[in-house]
Design a protein around this ligand. Structure first.
Ligand code: SAH
Length: 250
């Protein structure tokens, strides 16, 4: 199915096949036993990691590529006012319905991050961009837009998948074929991003990468945990905006 109408001319950084994969699964976003189970399971871990650094209560937060709102709502429950954006129309419908039921203080909008960056530069204290970079044609364009959207001194959190033989073995062969945690074809190896590459892209965009942590999965206990010494496969990176307002807004 083709993606829904592009909301603006600045949303060309999208792979229609990637969006279609998520559109097809959208009804199951809040089913903790579904294809989205890994996201539900890592959610408390990433929420804690983000909150411990950025103190979410009272903050204005943007969640880029929010999907059904799993992290978006959790951050709102910590007292942040959160805007979730995505280009998947169905995911946003599901997210909005769920927020109505849960009463979470969230807003959702179908807009490209690059377009929002033009409209509201420096408007957010915290920007999160989880499990999105490995699905877009030009990840650095997303990094740059996130950098523009956060205020100077504010936090940007990314998560993605490292690119090496172990990541191929665990994130693709293991997760999609052996353990079947994710549908086959969820991830493409070429789109994985090394932490050094992400840190370099962040630096070019006026962000300083301050911390990285790995997110590991133990197939025996079926548990995820944070491991600061093992970013070989899934990892998160915390960055702060060093550039003043206006420096990036070219
Ligand atoms: N960040 C959420 C969801 C990750 S799944 C979480 O971690 O819980 C990836 C999401 O990226 C999907 O919701 C998909 O619709 C969205 N997506 C894919 N390509 C996109 C693009 N180019 N721009 C914005 N969102 C995109």
């Amino acid at each position: 199915m083709p993606p829904s109408a592009a909301p603006s001319s600045r949303s060309s950084n999208v792979d229609p096949a990637e969006l279609a994969k998520f559109q097809a699964l959208a009804a199951r976003w809040w089913d903790p036993e579904s294809e989205f189970r890994p996201l539900h399971e890592i959610n408390p871990l990433r929420l804690e990691w983000i909150d411990a650094r950025a103190s979410l209560a009272g903050k204005r937060v943007l969640d880029v590529g929010c999907g059904g709102g799993i992290l978006t709502e959790a951050m709102a429950q910590r007292g942040a006012s959160v805007l979730g954006i995505d280009l998947g129309e169905r995911a946003l419908q599901v997210a909005e319905l769920h927020a109505l039921e849960s009463g979470a203080a969230v807003d959702y909008e179908q807009v490209a991050v690059e377009a929002l960056a033009q409209r509201e530069p420096g408007a957010f204290d915290v920007v999160t961009c989880m499990e999105l970079l490995e699905h877009v044609p030009d990840p650095e364009s997303v990094v740059r837009a996130c950098a523009m959207l956060v205020r100077p001194g504010g936090w940007v959190f990314f998560s993605t998948i490292n690119r090496n033989a172990k990541a191929f073995a665990l994130a693709i062969v293991g997760a999609e074929y052996v353990l079947r945690l994710l549908p086959r074809g969820t991830h493409e190896y070429e789109k994985f991003i090394r932490p050094s590459e992400l840190a370099a892209a962040a630096r070019r965009c006026g962000l300083e990468a301050v911390e990285v942590t790995g997110l590991t999965y133990n197939p025996l206990t079926r548990r995820y945990r944070l491991d600061a010494d093992d970013a070989d496969v899934n990892y998160m990176m915390a960055c702060r905006r060093t550039d003043p307002l206006g420096a990036l807004d070219r």
